[in-house]
Write a protein that binds this ligand. Structure first.
Ligand SMILES: [Zn+2]
Length: 199
């Protein structure tokens, strides 16, 4: 890269690979880091390493976790009778921000998409069935995104969970069709959860 010391050029190329970072932003970040004191930059690089080495998927709900079980699954204050099913850990963060949900989650880590060859075996369906089979669950809320794949996934899950004695609900339609849970504002998401409908 013209005009840059080699290490700077390498860092810019690495930053450009991150989502939402263009060349100009990457250049700005590199100049910023060079001006920042050494301790702070070392700490930043250490955190990057720790995140990669020490963040796992929760073995119960498949959300991100610092330990085998995430902070939500291990919180005794949560309602253990309700599971909210979402596609992605980012959806857990969006729903947690509303502050209006106190149950547990199940993160599918994907969504059914026959066109892209994603079937039930590729996402965390079996573990959801296992959790329901163990009993104690009164309600499962489907909070997959309001698009074709999200609806297909919710319908599929409702079908396979039908034999169990539990209430199944879908978050309400306040969320515009085709949009994503993670980009929905907190008030709308809160209302969609509150106004969930039986499925
Ligand atoms: Zn968990």
């Amino acid at each position: 890269m013209k005009g840059y010391a080699d290490w700077m050029a390498q860092l810019i190329e690495s930053l450009i690979k991150l989502p939402g970072i263009g060349r100009r932003s990457a250049e700005r970040i590199v100049f910023h880091l060079l001006k920042t004191n050494r301790e702070e930059v070392y700490r930043f690089s250490q955190i990057l390493k720790e995140v990669k080495d020490n963040v796992f998927f929760c073995e119960i709900c498949h959300n991100f976790a610092d330990n085998k079980v995430c902070h939500i699954c291990s919180d005794p204050g949560r309602d253990r009778g309700v599971i909210c099913v979402v596609e992605d850990p980012k959806d857990v963060i969006a729903i947690e921000k509303t502050g209006s949900y106190v149950g547990l989650y199940h993160v599918l880590l994907g969504v059914l998409s026959p066109l892209e060859g994603v079937g039930p075996g590729e996402i965390q369906v079996a573990d959801l069935v296992k959790r329901v089979k163990e009993g104690k669950i009164r309600e499962v809320i489907f909070a997959t995104n309001p698009n074709t794949e999200g609806e297909t996934t919710a319908l599929y899950l409702a079908k396979i969970l039908r034999p169990f004695d539990l209430k199944m609900t879908r978050i309400a339609r306040g969320i515009p069709v085709g949009s994503h849970i993670e980009y929905t504002d907190q008030a709308t998401l809160s209302r969609a959860l509150e106004d969930r409908v039986a499925t």
